[in-house]
Design a protein around this ligand. Structure first.
Ligand SMILES: Nc1nc2c(ncn2[C@@H]2O[C@H](COP(=O)(O)OP(=O)(O)OP(=O)(O)O)[C@@H](O)[C@H]2O)c(=O)[nH]1
Ligand SMILES: [Mg+2]
Length: 203
């Protein structure tokens, strides 16, 4: 699947979120997770190009960056995008606070609760570390709000198949979910399966 991405804007306030007049109400996919989990890298892997800024320094993304994804180019880019990607700032890296809400920018909660076009939240969890309380908090939030979400396990390339399978099983059990889709932005493992899930919500 190749969609042409167009960077829309970088929002640090509810008032800046792209209006429906700009997105034609296209379904939006949000990428959420702790700082450094690999949100921006996964977006780039899915798009096959370097759209989102990545960094080895946690906390690189400080705003919600919106990208419109179009089939085709030229005039077609002025029409309704197939979907929108929203790259969100990470939470929970600093040891200052254990609560997501205390350290997460104030515009994230309104985004998650009010964004009508949000079709699917991708909750990224790192397969290289044990299940994190802050991730559980976010996943619990989605269970409560009944917003559609999918848990994706990142950086699978760093683990052997055996260890990865064990990590996925632990993440599923601890987060109380039926599925954790293993991906790697480095090797592209899992990105095809993820695309299928993204396209399914936009049909
Ligand atoms: N080995 C490996 N490294 C990865 C993978 N995905 C991301 N990384 C590395 O992890 C670091 C963080 O990646 P980002 O994509 O910037 O993480 P982020 O979640 O967007 O981080 P913030 O914007 O700070 O919240 C970078 O050094 C990436 O190269 C992966 O699939 N495999
Ligand atoms: Mg980022």
């Amino acid at each position: 699947m190749r969609l042409s991405p167009v960077f829309l804007l970088s929002a640090t306030d509810v008032a800046h979120f792209p209006a429906e007049s700009k997105t034609f109400g296209a379904p939006e996919i949000a990428f959420l997770g702790r700082s450094n989990v690999g949100k921006s890298s996964l977006i780039n892997a899915l798009l096959g190009s370097k759209q989102a800024h990545t960094s080895s320094t946690p906390g690189r993304t400080r705003a919600i960056n919106f990208f419109a994804l179009h089939e085709g180019a030229g005039e077609k880019m002025k029409q309704r995008p197939t979907m929108i990607f929203a790259d969100l700032p990470g939470y929970g890296y600093a040891k200052i606070s254990k609560s997501i809400s205390a350290e997460w920018p104030k515009f994230i909660e309104p985004y998650l609760s009010e964004r009508e076009t949000l079709a699917l939240a991708i909750c990224l969890v790192d397969t290289n570390i044990p299940p994190q309380p802050s991730d559980k908090q976010l996943i619990d939030y989605f269970k409560q709000t009944q917003r559609p979400y999918l848990v994706v396990g990142t950086k699978g390339d760093r683990l052997s198949n055996n260890v990865l399978a064990k990590s996925i099983a632990t993440l599923k059990r601890e987060h109380g979910v039926d599925e954790v889709l293993a991906v790697s932005a480095k090797t592209d493992v899992g990105t095809k399966a993820l695309w299928a899930r993204l396209l399914a919500v936009t049909e």
